[in-house]
Design a protein. Structure first.
Lengths: 450, 423
């Protein structure tokens, strides 16, 4: 508890300052039409409580910026107090109080910058539109900057799961341009309002915002549909083999964990997870009779298995993924010492994603049940991976993966495992390291003979 | 899409629209040159915006490219009024600026080898001309942004009317084009176009209104205020469009898995889907149903992957009915598991039900299942030029009418084949 006092102190101080600012602002505010109308608009927004957060935030932002030009900084500060009301009511009280203070301080800073750069309000906006535009822009930027700084301060003091840097990278950076851009609509709202349209201007300005939100939700829907369809796709492929069911999703999860440890950019992280999910799609081109064949495979059958990476690329080649996804699918059976397939690449010549998938692929196979052997323990498997550094895997990546699994655990495997069942004449998994010539590694991981 | 050639001697609607656009544009150009250009800085700025919007056009749906920024800018230019714009642009000048700017914007795309579509651009010229005519007809010359709410409301009303005109004209032209190109019934095509007009058109129109109002009030300072949000929104749409493309190709790849596994011959799924889409257009399905239909036709065979060995040549007609229905059931349950393609799963589930035991007595089974059923059968018979002749295939499908196949769909097939549909 003791370590939380700087945080509480900060919250208390900013709340006190905000309260003071608010009182001063209240004294300077004359109730006029824009305050009442836009204040009511915000409150209606609270009641409607839209599901898409960012656009709601954008609308609130637009309204506040417009008020700056319509009724001045004091009015903006007063209305800004309403902003936290639009947030989720399940948030802790301290968070919401601080958010209120934060909004007031942002509005005050933005108002200060607006006035001190010579921004006018009311009809004067139309007389000096250049001045109003420049000052308004400065106010928008100030608002966002103060907001981000306060967030960073609190996150830094909180020492919670989100670091200030993560916040800046994941939340602030992607939203700064849209928030600034849509903030300009606030200036526009004020201009058209003053031009005579009054509250009707809100209608004109809200529509572009709603459309923006629509585009955003369409995008999200499409992304989700894409992810769901790929999983269904994988399940289609995996209907061929009972024992590898869920393998692709687990590999995707495993490479995801490793990717986060390696701090990939968001694009590449997603691409890596896709590649993990799709690495075995080419198995659909391998005759089911070979996949399900009990016992060892002869050379011709092994050749058919070795075709599956190329088949996979053939299948997904048209999907506009990052190029890395395709190379990862093609090369996920290469080995670090150059004895893998299809190209016999070695060392760093193997694409990065392929090296990552190779490790997780082998790991999931060993920790899963096969008809001819039970699942291995996680620790045991990690030891096997460590022994195969340099021969089979990229040593650095193996170390990273082992560290991730030891730190975060591996929950995916145990969940839905079939018991080894000698009555099912199932195949030998081509990924299985524990078998000498089954397509896996040679050497240290010799498994049970059939 | 259907590979149909327009009948010789019949004038393609695209040509008509382009000619109309060109005629309107050239006339406007001549009038403008004769009368002289007024307020050149606005003409230049809005023209530039139209050109840029044209340059960054993109495609949201499958049908055509869109350049929302160009449309908003062109409409905005038409609707300018005093005080900042002392002499509002004449109709001819507004159309001429739009036309020239459109050409300037398309040129870089032509040079860079990107997709471009002069018909869509011509449609804009025509609908902008209509908007300009309506706006100048309903706006008294003395009406301007005086600061009073009466004038502001009157102007906004006039602008909305003009924008609405443009949207309706464009919807009619678009519906005509769709009817011609995909043989969709005109009312259905008009309904689809109006839905699009309400969604995207409204936004483009209102952005134009906003652009015009603010420019009339504060001059060119309004430009960045409107353009930046417009660009952001367009960026969001482009992102959506690319996600959509990824999604579509994923479904197609998923469908191709049956080919790679040897359950169907190369291109079989694509051909089936192509025919199903043609039938769907003919029957006037809505765009969302069309999409589900196409996916269902593509994915109708995935259930076979769970069956042990491929049948030789991929002819699933050779399988027993029970086996086919079981495959359809497995396929449907797999598709259903994705959670986003439920409607597609439903179509696939019943895609191998004979009409008499299926749709004839069960209104819950979608028409699309009957379409996929017929498309599958016809594709099996005709295939990639190696099978029977269309007439022969039509004949054998006709034998199954009412028992095996849905009469409505078979009639539609007869029309589609009669119009010259070939794989």
């Amino acid at each position: 508890m003791n370590s939380r006092w700087p945080l509480r102190l900060t919250v208390a101080i900013s709340t006190a300052v905000a309260a003071l600012v608010l009182v001063v602002a209240l004294l300077h505010t004359r109730l006029d039409v824009p305050i009442v109308a836009l204040g009511l608009l915000l409150l209606i927004g609270v009641l409607l409580r839209s599901k898409v957060g960012p656009v709601r935030a954008a609308l609130d932002h637009v309204v506040c910026i417009a008020l700056l030009l319509l009724s001045g900084p004091a009015a903006t500060v007063v209305v800004a107090v309403l902003l936290p009301l639009t947030q989720d009511r399940r948030l802790p009280v301290m968070r919401r109080v601080f958010n209120g203070a934060q909004a007031v301080l942002c509005a005050a800073a933005a108002g200060f910058v607006f006035v001190s750069t010579g921004g006018e309000r009311g009809d004067a906006v139309l007389d000096a539109p250049g001045q109003a535009t420049v000052s308004g822009f400065a106010a928008i930027v100030t608002w966002l900057a103060v907001n981000a700084s306060l967030m960073c301060l609190v996150l830094w003091l909180d020492r919670g799961s989100t670091s200030p840097l993560t916040f800046l990278r994941k939340v602030a950076a992607p939203t700064v341009i849209p928030m600034t851009g849509y903030g300009l609509l606030g200036l526009l709202l004020a201009v058209v309002w003053i031009g005579g349209l009054g509250i009707g201007a809100v209608f004109l300005v809200v529509v572009p915002l709603v459309v923006a939100r629509w585009a955003l939700s369409l995008y999200e829907a499409e992304r989700n549909a894409q992810a769901a369809t790929m999983r269904a796709f994988i399940q289609v492929i995996e209907t061929k083999d009972l024992y590898t069911r869920g393998h692709s999703e687990r590999v995707s999860e495993g490479v995801g964990m490793l990717g986060r440890r390696l701090q990939l950019s968001e694009d590449r992280q997603l691409a890596l997870e896709h590649a993990g999910l799709l690495h075995d799609v080419g198995k659909v081109g391998v005759p089911t009779s070979i996949i399900r064949k009990p016992g060892r495979l002869d050379d011709a059958e092994m050749d058919a298995i070795r075709l599956h990476p190329a088949r996979g690329v053939e299948l997904i080649g048209n999907i506009p993924f990052l190029e890395e996804v395709k190379s990862a699918v093609l090369h996920h059976h290469e080995k670090y010492d150059g004895t893998g397939y299809p190209a016999g690449l070695s060392g760093e010549n193997i694409p990065y994603f392929a090296r990552i998938i190779g490790i997780v692929d082998a790991f999931d196979c060993l920790t899963s049940t096969r008809s001819y052997r039970p699942a291995r323990g996680v620790e045991e498997t990690l030891d096997i991976l460590l022994q195969d550094r340099y021969t089979h895997f990229d040593p650095n990546l193996v170390d990273a993966f082992v560290a991730v699994i030891r730190a975060e655990g591996w929950g995916a495997a145990a969940a839905e495992q079939l018991a080894p069942d000698s009555s099912i004449a199932a195949s030998i998994d081509h990924d299985d390291l524990s078998l000498g010539s089954g397509g896996g590694a040679t050497g240290s991981a010799a498994g049970p003979e059939l | 899409m259907t590979g149909q050639e327009p009948a010789l001697g019949r004038l393609d609607s695209g040509v008509v629209i382009t000619l109309a656009g060109a005629a309107v544009g050239v006339t406007a150009m001549i009038l403008t040159v004769r009368n002289g250009l007024t307020e050149w800085q606005y003409a230049l700025t809005f023209g530039l915006l139209v050109a840029v919007g044209e340059m960054v056009q993109f495609r949201v749906d499958r049908s055509r490219n869109r350049a929302p920024i160009a449309t908003s800018a062109a409409l905005g230019y038409v609707l300018l009024r005093p005080p900042e714009v002392a002499v509002p642009p004449e109709i001819a000048q507004a159309v001429a600026v739009t036309g020239v700017a459109t050409l300037v914007g398309v040129l870089p795309r032509v040079i860079a080898g990107l997709r471009w579509d002069l018909v869509v651009s011509s449609r804009r010229v025509v609908s902008v001309a209509c908007a300009a005519a309506v706006f100048s007809a309903v706006t008294p010359p003395g009406l301007y942004w005086s600061g009073t709410w009466q004038d502001a409301v009157a102007l906004t009303g006039a602008m909305l009317l003009a924008v609405l005109t443009a949207a309706v004209v464009d919807a009619f032209v678009g519906a005509g084009q769709t009817t011609e190109r995909y043989n969709q019934p005109f009312p259905a095509a008009l309904r689809d176009e109006l839905v699009i007009a309400v969604r995207i058109g409204l936004a483009m129109g209102l952005s134009g209104v906003l652009l015009a109002a603010s420019t009339s009030l504060i001059g060119l300072w309004a430009m960045p205020l409107v353009v930046v949000p417009l660009l952001l929104t367009q960026f969001a749409f482009r992102r959506f469009a690319s996600a959509q493309r990824t999604y579509r190709t994923t479904v197609r790849s998923m469908a191709r898995s049956t080919e790679i596994a040897g359950f169907s011959s190369p291109g079989q799924n694509a051909r089936t889907a192509q025919l199903a889409v043609a039938l769907g257009h003919d029957l006037g399905l809505t765009p969302s149903r069309m999409e589900a239909l196409e996916y269902a036709a593509l994915l109708s065979g995935v259930g076979q992957l769970a069956l042990a060995d491929p049948s030789p040549g991929g002819a699933s007609l050779l399988r027993t009915r029970e086996e086919r229905r079981r495959a359809a059931e497995i396929g449907a349950s797999v598709i259903e598991r994705s959670g986003v393609l439920d409607h597609v799963a439903e179509i696939v589930r019943h895609s191998n039900d004979p009409y008499r035991q299926g749709r004839a007595n069960n209104a819950d089974i979608p028409l699309e299942s009957g379409i996929v059923n017929v498309a599958l059968a016809y594709e099996q018979l005709v295939g990639e030029g190696t099978g029977q002749s269309p007439a022969k295939a039509m004949e054998s499908i006709g034998l199954g009418i009412g028992a095996e196949y849905d009469p409505v769909v078979v009639e539609s097939l007869r029309r589609v084949i009669g119009r010259g549909f070939r794989f």
